[in-house]
Design a protein around this ligand. Structure first.
Ligand code: NDP
Length: 235
C-alpha cells in the first residue's frame, strides 16, 4: 500500500509526538499540528530527518481562524490527495477540583479544547478526507464515559470528553455516507505530562497499540468507543 496522509493535532509532545514517530516509522506522510511550531524542537528535528514526509503546521484547535488556516495549508500539502487519517489528539486536563470548587474557566477550556475544537476541526477538514477509506480518531478517555462514571473526579475533563464522545457519534453518522469511519479511542493511562510519572504505559507503546486498532477498523466499527486492545468501552 502506498504511504498514507495523516494529520496529528497536539503533535509536539506526549502521545501526539509518539503518534508522529509511529506513523513516520511505517512510512506514512504526516502533518504534525501544534500551537507553536517554532518551539517544537523534536518535531523540527524529525522534519529534518524526513524531508517532504513530515510537515509541521500551526494549530490552536480552539481558534476558528487557526482551524481555517490549517485547512488551507493542509490542502496545499495534500496537493489533491485525500487525508487518510485525522488524529484529534490535542487535549487538556485542568483542575482536579472537588465539588464546590469547579471553576467556570476550567470547564470552558475543557469544552473548547476537548470537544468543540475537535468537532469543528473535522467539519473544517471534511472536504479533504478521503472518501471510502479515511479514519477520524478522537482521543477520548474512559473518564469521559457516562456509563462508567462512579466517582466525582476531574469534572471539567470528564464533561469535556463526554461532550467529545457525543461529537464522535454524530460525526460518524454525518460521514457514514462517504465511507469515512469515526471512532473515540481510550489510550489507557499513559506516562506524559498529562498522565504523570506514575502512569504505567509508555507513549510509544500506547500510540502503537492505537494505530493497530485503527488499522483493523471495519465499516461497522464507526461510531464506537475503543481501547488500545480494540475492546469496546461503554459510552
Ligand atoms: P499532554 O498534556 O502530554 O499533551 C497535550 C497536547 O495537546 C500538547 O501537545 C498540547 O500542546 C496540546 N494542546 C493543548 N491545548 C491545545 C490547543 N488549544 N490547541 C492545540 N493543541 C493543544 O497530553 P497527552 O499526550 O497525555 O494526551 C493526548 C490525548 O490523549 C489527549 O486528548 C488526552 O485527553 C488523551 N488521553 C491521555 C491519557 C493519558 O493517560 N496521558 C489518558 C486518556 C486520554 P502545548 O504543548 O502547546 O500545550
Amino acid at each position: 500500500m502506498s504511504s498514507r496522509h495523516c494529520l496529528v493535532t497536539g503533535a509536539n509532545r506526549g502521545l501526539g509526538l509518539a503518534f508522529v514517530r509511529g506513523l513516520l516509522a511505517r512510512g506514512d506522510r504526516v502533518v504534525a499540528a501544534c500551537r507553536h511550531p517554532g518551539r517544537a524542537t523534536e518535531l523540527n528535528r524529525l522534519a529534518g530527518l524526513h524531508p517532504g514526509r513530515l510537515h509541521v503546521l500551526p494549530l490552536d484547535v480552539t481558534l476558528a481562524r487557526s482551524r481555517d488556516e490549517l485547512a488551507r495549508e493542509l490542502a496545499l500539502v495534500l496537493d489533491g490527495a485525500g487525508l487518510d487519517l485525522l488524529l484529534n489528539n490535542a487535549g487538556v486536563l485542568r483542575g482536579g477540583e472537588r465539588f464546590g470548587q469547579v471553576a467556570e474557566a476550567d470547564l470552558e477550556q475543557s469544552l473548547r479544547t476537548n470537544a468543540i475544537g475537535p468537532f469543528l476541526l473535522v467539519q473544517a477538514l471534511a472536504p479533504l478526507l478521503a472518501d471510502g477509506r479515511a479514519v477520524v480518531a478522537n482521543l477520548s478517555s474512559e473518564i469521559g464515559s457516562i456509563a462508567g462514571r462512579h466517582e466525582f473526579r476531574t469534572p471539567s475533563y470528564a464533561i469535556g470528553k463526554a461532550a467529545q464522545n457525543m461529537g464522535t457519534v454524530l460525526l460518524a453518522r454525518a460521514l457514514a455516507g462517504r465511507g469515512i469511519r469515526v471512532v473515540a479511542l481510550h489510550p489507557g493511562w499513559v506516562h506524559t505530562d498529562m498522565g504523570g510519572p506514575a502512569a504505567p504505559l509508555d507513549p510509544d507503546e500506547a500510540a502503537t497499540a492505537l494505530l493497530r486498532v485503527i488499522d483493523r477498523l471495519g465499516p461497522d466499527d464507526s461510531g464506537r468507543f475503543l481501547d488500545g486492545q480494540g475492546r469496546t468501552l461503554p459510552w
